[in-house]
Design a binder for this molecule. Structure first.
Ligand SMILES: [Zn+2]
Length: 250
C-alpha cells in the first residue's frame, strides 16, 4: 500500500462536502463470499425462464452458498465505510454487491446497483419472499421454489441476469448523485461494464476528485486522481483511521 497516496485520499475526505462511494465484489470476497458472476449463479434470463433444469441448477447453487451468505459478517472495508458515514460528509454508498453487508455493518445510505440476492420476487404476481423463506421451501425437498400465491415456478432474485437491463432507478440515482459529489471513492468495484464504467468520467466532468482502491488494475486507472493497489478493506481502514486522526499528508 502506498501510504502517501492513501494519506492524500484521507486529506481529500477531510476536505470533501459530498462523498459518493462505489463498492463491489472485492469487499465481499474479503468476507468469504463467492463470486456472483459464476455462470451457474448468473444464467441468461432466457435459459432461466425456459428451462426448468437451469432453474433447478441455479437454486442448487444458491443452496450451496446459502450458509456462507447468511453467515457472512461485514469486513474491515464495510466497517470503515460505516464509520465514514458517521463523520458526516458521505452522501451515499453505491454497491455492486448483492449481499447486504454494508447494511449489516451499520451503513444506512446504501443503494444496491444490482439489487439484492436476499429478496426473491415472483414475476407472476409480484409477491416478494426472503431468501430464508425460499431456502425453507428448498430444504423440504423441492428443487425449484413455487409461489404460494399464484403457483409460478419462475421465482428469482431481483438481481439482473444476463439479458436483462440493469435496475433503472439505481443507475439514474447514481448519475444524479455523482453530479453533486466532489469526491468519488471507488473501492473493490468492477468498472468493466456500463453504466458503471462511465461513472469515474462523469464525476471528473463535474470536477469531483476520483480515487480508485483495488487489488487489480482497472480501465479507469489512468484517468483518475489517485489509484491505490491493495486489499480495499485494509486500505479503507487505514484511510478512515487517518481521517479520524486528522492527519494530513501532502
Ligand atoms: Zn406469484
Amino acid at each position: 500500500m502506498k501510504t502517501d497516496v492513501a494519506g492524500t485520499v484521507a486529506e481529500w475526505i477531510g476536505e470533501a462536502r459530498k462523498i459518493v462511494v462505489l463498492t463491489g465484489y472485492e469487499l465481499s470476497a474479503e468476507c468469504g463470499l463467492p463470486d456472483f458472476t459464476d455462470a451457474r449463479l448468473n444464467p441468461h434470463i432466457r435459459d432461466f425462464r425456459e428451462s426448468r433444469d437451469v432453474r433447478a441448477g441455479y437454486w442448487k447453487k444458491i443452496m450451496e452458498i446459502y450458509p456462507s451468505l447468511v453467515g457472512a459478517e461485514p469486513g474491515p472495508g464495510h466497517r470503515a465505510l460505516a464509520e465514514l458515514e458517521m463523520l458526516g460528509n458521505l452522501d451515499c454508498i453505491f454497491t455492486q454487491s448483492t449481499d447486504g453487508l454494508h447494511r449489516k455493518a451499520g451503513s444506512t445510505t446504501v443503494i444496491e446497483l444490482n439489487s439484492s440476492i436476499l429478496w426473491i420476487t415472483c414475476p407472476g404476481c409480484g409477491k416478494d419472499y426472503s431468501l430464508d423463506e425460499i431456502a425453507a421451501m428448498l430444504e423440504k425437498g423441492t428443487d425449484v421454489p413455487v409461489c404460494r400465491e399464484c403457483g409460478s415456478d419462475q421465482l428469482k432474485p431481483a438481481i439482473s441476469f444476463p439479458g436483462q437491463p440493469p435496475p433503472h432507478w439505481e443507475a439514474r440515482e447514481a448519475w444524479m448523485r455523482l453530479h453533486n459529489a466532489d469526491l468519488f471513492l471507488i473501492a473493490g468495484a468492477s468498472l468493466d461494464s456500463e453504466p458503471v464504467a462511465s461513472y469515474p468520467f462523469l464525476a471528473r466532468e463535474n470536477n469531483a476528485r476520483v480515487a480508485v482502491i483495488s487489488e487489480k488494475e482497472g480501465p479507469a486507472d489512468d484517468y483518475v486522481d489517485a489509484v491505490i493497489y491493495g486489499k480495499p478493506g485494509q486500505v479503507l481502514s487505514y484511510i478512515i483511521k487517518k481521517v479520524k486522526e486528522g492527519i494530513t499528508i501532502s
